[in-house]
Every structure is written in C-alpha cells, then in structure tokens.
Design a protein around this ligand. Structure first.
Ligand code: ADP
Length: 401
C-alpha cells in the first residue's frame, strides 16, 4: 500500500509518500509560504533527485493540487496515476479526550475535530483544511487521522488534572493532554527493539528535543506522564516557548506592560525560551556557537535548557519507581552531544554512566552509555511519518476486511 502522509500547518504542507510495508519513503517534500507571495515547493524523490518550484499557492486545496501534480510528474514524480495513492494519513495535533488511537476519518470524526478547534486554535483548523483538500482531490481515497495527543490519553487522572477547581475541567476540558505522542511512541518501541527486551518490562524516559521539546515517562509501553500540558507551552525550555513558570508571572506582566491576551500568548510562545533568555537565537546550533564564543547569556540559556531536562529525568524516574532507559530524539536530541553530556552529567547515582566517546561519535540509532551502565541511554532518530503511514495502512486494511 502507498500512503500519502500529510502534516498541514498554517502556511505549510509537509508530505511524505511512503510504502509502510517496505518501510520505504518514495518521495518527500514541503510547501512553504502558502497564502503568501512566492510560495515554494521543495520535492525530493527517493533517488535524491530534488526540485524547487515557486508560484502562488493561495490555500491548502491548491497546495494539495501541487503535491499531487509533482507526485504524478513524469520528470520528478513516482507514480503514473492517482489510483496509486491508496490512503492518506494526517498528522492531527489535538484529539482532545475523544481519541486515544488513530481513526478512519468519517463525517462524525470531522465533527469532533471541529469541536476540538478551541483546544488547538493554532493547529487543528489547518489539519481540517488539509483533510478537506484531500476529500476534493482524492474523493475515493480513505483518510486516517493520527493524533499528537493520543499516546498520552491513558495517563492517570492524578497526572492529567491541574490544581484548579474541578468544574473548570468539566466545563472547558482543562487538563494535561501532552503532545509529540507519535514520536514518543515510536522511539519507545524502537528502544525496546534495540535493547531486545519486551516493551512491557521497561521504564523509559523519552526526550523529544526539537524546536518544541517534551519528555514522557513510559512504563510498560504506556505514557504515564509527559511535560507538555493543556497546550505545548508547558514543561521544558524550548526554542521560543517559556516552558514551566509561575502562572502569576503572566498576570503580573500583563498588568505591568498592559498586554492583551493575544500579546501575552505571543510573548510566551514566540519570544521566550532560549531566544528570550539569550537574546540571540532559538536555534540550538547558534546557541552552541555563541557559547563557544563566550557569550554569557547564551551560556545561561544552554544551561537552563539542560537543567530542566535533568530535573524531569529525576521526577520521571521517581514516578515510575525506577529507570531502565533514557532516549534522546528530535533535532537537538539526535545531534547535540553537548546537550546530552550536560544533561547526563553527575547522574551515576541513578545508574547512568555515559560513554563520552560513544556520545560524541557515531550516527543513527545507538547506545551511548558504557557497556556496564545499569541504565541505558539511546539516541534514536524519530520517524513520525512512518508511524502515521503504518497506522493508516492498518486502519484502512481493517476497515476493508
Ligand atoms: P522541529 O521541532 O521543528 O521538527 P527539529 O527536530 O528539526 O525541529 O529540531 C530543530 C533543532 O535542532 C534546532 O534547535 C537546531 O538547532 C537543532 N539541531 C539540529 N542539528 C543540530 C546539531 N548538529 N547540533 C545541535 N543542535 C542541532
């Protein structure tokens, strides 16, 4: 089966065309600047052939038309006919409390997605637009939604509730949802495979460190706690998001600076985190460069970033009654040996014995602890698209059975 995997953002569509059975990505690409002047489509075929096309792409419907055109193109494409697209899998950010698994998209599911817009106003509307665009251009092709929140839906109540009047949970569904679930699920599965142990027997902490960052405590294959909350703002220090802070600070700043709600939201989501602290950049490569040049604010941002991860490792080891494995993934987790060594320094008390040579060399999925380290640390490149393609294939096949 060939699955078109789509991740529709406000002004972008990322796509991969995958044969999940063979685990092969036939083509991948991204359209940026949808709805703006000079949209650009970058498309790469499995043989490495890459093209860039620019034009006016007004909306997601037009964007999907471009994606299909390039997949079908005799010079750049990988298929001859639309009928070779057997299913579409969408990354959907928020499944609310309704979805703890991926689902076939039906009119009822679409209604729930619309109902969840209030919970994810920055994401779900674009996901819905992408689904609608596929309904138009691929009317007979089944579509599946794979939710960022689903993997965390089985967290216990004492973990997902906040210390607020219970009526607010009942009225507005204010609770911890958690995000990056597809990535946490994928890397924890891979960790069990790499360790050659049943997932059910393991206590794993997964650290997804990209532009957005979150951690999860995964016990017996289930996410029992995660650092992002009602929105992706909570938890770790991120590129531009503050992560954990005293909620009173927001009210205080709003009063002092006369900020409107939307301005406070922008402050916390776009101007905070490593960017806000360093005043330099939200990008870890640039932060590391600035640290190397002796920039003290960048050094503080780097240390804060790593310290929070260290703190959550301690918390989650406690929550799980022990620890077998820590996994690093995402652009920073996979590539920054400096972040990993800072996070894991002085952790032998927990059974983590980092091997400096393994940490700073090698690539791909690998172990970076000493052979006799009681707790293993793994670096595992995430592959959310493959999970989406596999879920889509399974659900479409079950539906046809
Ligand atoms: P997204 O969350 O948008 O998918 P990524 O997972 O690609 O983002 O992560 C982007 C982050 O990874 C950026 O902060 C970038 O600087 C960082 N990164 C990528 N490569 C390296 C590297 N070699 N060393 C340190 N940080 C890196």
């Amino acid at each position: 089966m060939n699955v078109l995997v789509l991740n529709c953002g406000s002004s972008s569509i990322k796509y991969q065309f995958i044969n999940p059975g063979e685990g092969q990505t036939l083509a991948r690409g991204v359209i940026d600047r949808i709805g703006m002047m000079g949209a650009v489509l970058t498309h790469t075929r499995h043989d490495g052939h890459t093209i860039k096309l620019s034009g006016e792409i007004l909306d997601h419907t037009m964007g999907i038309e471009y994606v299909l055109a390039v997949l079908l193109s005799p010079n750049h494409g990988v298929i001859k006919d639309k009928s070779e697209i057997h299913a579409v899998g969408h990354r959907v950010v928020h499944g609310g409390e309704t979805f703890s698994n991926s689902v076939l998209i039906t009119p009822e599911v679409m209604q729930v997605l619309r109902d969840n817009i209030e919970l994810a106003p920055l994401h779900n509307p674009h996901n819905i637009r992408g689904i609608k665009a596929c309904e138009k251009h691929l009317p007979d092709v089944p579509q599946v939604a794979v939710f960022d929140t689903a993997f965390h839906q089985k967290m216990p109540k004492h973990v997902y509730l906040y210390g607020l009047p219970f009526v607010l949970y009942k009225r507005y569904k204010i609770r911890r949802y958690g995000f990056h679930g597809t990535s946490h699920r994928y890397v924890s599965d891979r960790a069990a495979q790499l360790m050659n142990k049943p997932l059910e027997s393991l206590r794993i902490i997964t650290c997804h460190l990209g532009n957005g960052c979150s951690m999860a405590a995964i016990k017996g294959g289930r996410s029992i706690d995660t650092s992002m909350g009602f929105t992706p703002l909570e938890g770790l220090l991120m590129g531009t998001r503050s992560g954990d802070l005293d909620p009173s600070i927001i009210l205080y700043i709003m009063g002092k600076e006369g900020l409107a709600l939307s301005e406070a939201t922008t402050l916390l989501n776009k101007h905070s985190g490593m960017l806000g602290v360093s005043g330099e950049s939200s990008d870890m490569r640039e932060i590391e460069q600035a640290v190397a040049e002796g920039n003290p604010k960048a050094k503080t941002a780097f240390t804060m970033f790593c310290y929070r991860i260290k703190k959550y490792i301690g918390a989650y080891a406690s929550a799980m009654g022990g620890l077998d494995t820590v996994v690093f993934t995402g652009g920073i987790g996979e590539n920054s040996s400096r972040v990993r060594s800072e996070v894991l320094s002085d952790m032998t008390f927990l059974g983590i014995h980092l091997d400096d040579h393994k940490n700073s060399s090698g690539e791909g999925a690998r172990e970076i602890t000493k052979d006799d380290s009681p707790v293993k640390v793994l670096v595992i490149p995430t592959n959310e698209e493959l999970v989406i393609a596999r879920d889509t294939e399974r659900i479409v096949t079950e539906d046809n059975a």
